[in-house]
Design a protein around this ligand. Structure first.
Ligand code: MRU
Length: 366
């Protein structure tokens, strides 16, 4: 099922939600932005998988929330009443959703968290486990709002009214349940009456900057300028950028941060021009099991996204080779700080990120 809604302010539309009555995952179809705000209501696992793979729902936190709701819906549909049979089918559904995209760790984080509910409650009837899975999916979604707000509050301490800010890809509300990560300081600042001048790299090849960040910021009344990716150096050289905020798909334990392709280039430029480069990362995106950015799996996507997807006619010769990595890694030495929901981590990141997780554990005990 799908519906079109009026696009007055996209901030008032849920990026990703659960429709209990219809047993559906409800998302904005981001492949149709900014032209149409088209809402999809997905009930089939293959449609949820495809929505993640095709970036109808995208951005690490939103992918995690969509996967949590998706696996709950899969579990709800399992007929078996016997735990072992239920768990085997749950695992199958989990592995299927986990295969949609490889880089954003939130996908695996959310699915593992849902599986843990099944494992921790094996002595309970299957219907009770399904109810607990429902509550966990709702909790993951609600947590995302709190986490993004906290990242926004910490991020806001790093900038001042009137600053020029450059961002790459979309790590805004469209990539999360609310506020975003990299765009959260801007949205929260706007709520407090502050003004920023934001430059959004268009972000080739899928144009998340031009289609999504620019749409979201402009829709929320932010002074927004779209630039082609290769204009970032000129904009920085002009002195128009006081800070760079980006999101990430996975941060390694040493602080290397993997984000949308082109991010590492922006980080290198930032260092050249002496502009602070901030990575906004919920702890659900920090993968302490990966020591180094080189070990983060980088998704490669189909060639047609580069050669024809956004053009009226094909823009590269038939048969030419295409390399289309979806992400790259900004090395920790290029990163001024990593902004999390438990505070701002600075180098040396192996220590500061451990401290962030210590605070997280403390908060869980409180
Ligand atoms: O391929 P995408 O559009 O899912 O890539 C998204 C990004 O790279 C975001 O910057 C990242 O997931 C952080 S979203 C808060």
């Amino acid at each position: 099922m799908s519906t079109d809604v009026k696009k007055d302010n996209i901030m008032n539309v849920d990026t990703v939600a659960m429709d209990d009555a219809r047993s559906a995952l409800v998302i904005i179809d981001q492949t149709r932005l900014p032209g149409e705000v088209h809402i999809l209501s997905l009930t089939e696992q293959k449609d949820i998988w495809e929505a993640i793979y095709l970036l109808k729902v995208r951005g690490a936190p939103a992918i995690g929330v969509a996967a949590a709701i998706g696996i709950y819906l899969a579990a709800k549909g399992i007929q078996a009443k016997e735990y072992d049979v239920f768990y085997a089918q749950f695992k199958q559904a989990k592995d299927y959703l986990a295969s949609a995209r490889p880089t954003a760790v939130n996908l695996f984080w959310a699915l593992d968290r849902m599986e843990q509910v099944v494992l921790d409650n094996k002595d309970k009837p299957v219907d009770e486990i399904k109810r607990l899975l429902h509550d966990e999916a709702v909790a993951i979604r609600e947590e995302d709002i709190r986490v993004c707000r906290a990242i926004g509050e910490y991020g806001l301490t790093l900038i001042k009214d009137g600053d020029g800010i450059l961002t790459h890809c979309n790590a805004g509300q469209l990539a999360t349940t609310k506020y975003g990560t990299a765009l959260a300081p801007i949205h929260l600042g706007v709520e407090k009456g502050m003004h920023f001048k934001v430059f959004t790299d268009e972000t080739r090849p899928l144009l998340q900057g031009a289609r999504l960040s620019a749409f979201e910021l402009h829709s929320n009344g932010v002074d927004t300028t779209v630039i082609c990716d290769n204009m970032a150096s000129q904009v920085m050289k002009n002195g128009w950028v006081q800070a760079i905020f980006v999101g990430c798909d996975r941060v390694a334990a040493n602080g290397d941060a993997c984000n949308k392709i082109g991010t590492s280039g922006v980080a290198i430029l930032a260092k050249h021009y002496g502009i602070p480069f901030y990575v906004c990362a919920p702890t659900s995106t920090i993968d302490m099991s990966i020591a180094h950015g080189d070990d983060i799996p980088i998704e490669e996507r189909p060639a047609h996204e580069v050669t024809e997807m956004w053009y009226k006619q094909r823009m590269a010769p038939e048969g030419v080779k295409v390399y289309n990595p979806a992400f790259d890694v900004a090395e920790n030495g290029l990163i001024t700080a990593i902004v999390t929901e438990f505070g701002i981590a600075r180098a040396p990141y192996d220590q500061s990120l451990r401290e962030i997780f210590r605070r997280k554990e403390e908060a869980a005990k409180a």
